[in-house]
Design a protein around this ligand. Structure first.
Ligand code: MG
Length: 166
């Protein structure tokens, strides 16, 4: 069993992963509305990934004999200024999640909770990948101007994202 502080932090992380999932599904809906199926698919896969992250914390708390507390999910934005705006907000969200994961890790170190540290190693590396993949799309959108043929080509590229990528 872990301390009450760590217990709360892990439960809060379930909520933050579901907040991310909700945000990305809202972004997917925005792209559906713009008739950009590749961007919509990319965000839908991202949504599924966040649900799987939430479930990893859910399973870990149960494995350790903790008590899972499901908390309310935040309302995400429902409209965005542009494709670039969406990915900039996604990047800011991932940077926030990285900081949250790092905080839990610091807590687990402070409390000598080794299983939590080991479990979080996967998440720490996952956040490196998440930030990198979203940053790459932000940069591509900036380079291409995010319009016309360049946008359509990027949409086709993002359509190829596999469900089990991570
Ligand atoms: Mg996540």
């Amino acid at each position: 069993m872990f301390s009450q502080t760590l217990h709360t932090a892990l439960n809060d992380q379930i909520k933050y992963e579901f907040d991310s999932a909700h945000l990305y599904l809202s972004m997917s809906a925005y792209f559906e509305g713009l008739n950009l199926p590749g961007f919509a698919r990319w965000m839908r896969v991202q949504y599924q990934e966040e649900v799987s992250h939430a479930l990893k914390f859910f399973d870990f708390i149960n494995q350790r004999g903790g008590h899972v507390v499901m908390k309310a999910i935040d309302q995400p934005p429902t409209t965005f200024e542009s494709t670039l705006d969406v990915f900039q907000q996604a990047l800011a969200n991932e940077q926030k999640v990285t900081a949250l994961i790092n905080q839990i890790y610091a807590l687990a170190v402070q409390e000598n909770d080794y299983p939590t540290q080991v479990m979080l190693h996967w998440f720490i590396m996952e956040q490196v990948e998440e930030e990198q993949s979203v940053s790459q799309i932000v940069e591509l959108l900036k380079l291409s101007g995010g319009q016309g043929t360049a946008l359509i080509m990027l949409d086709r590229q993002l359509a190829a994202r596999k469900e089990d990528e991570h």
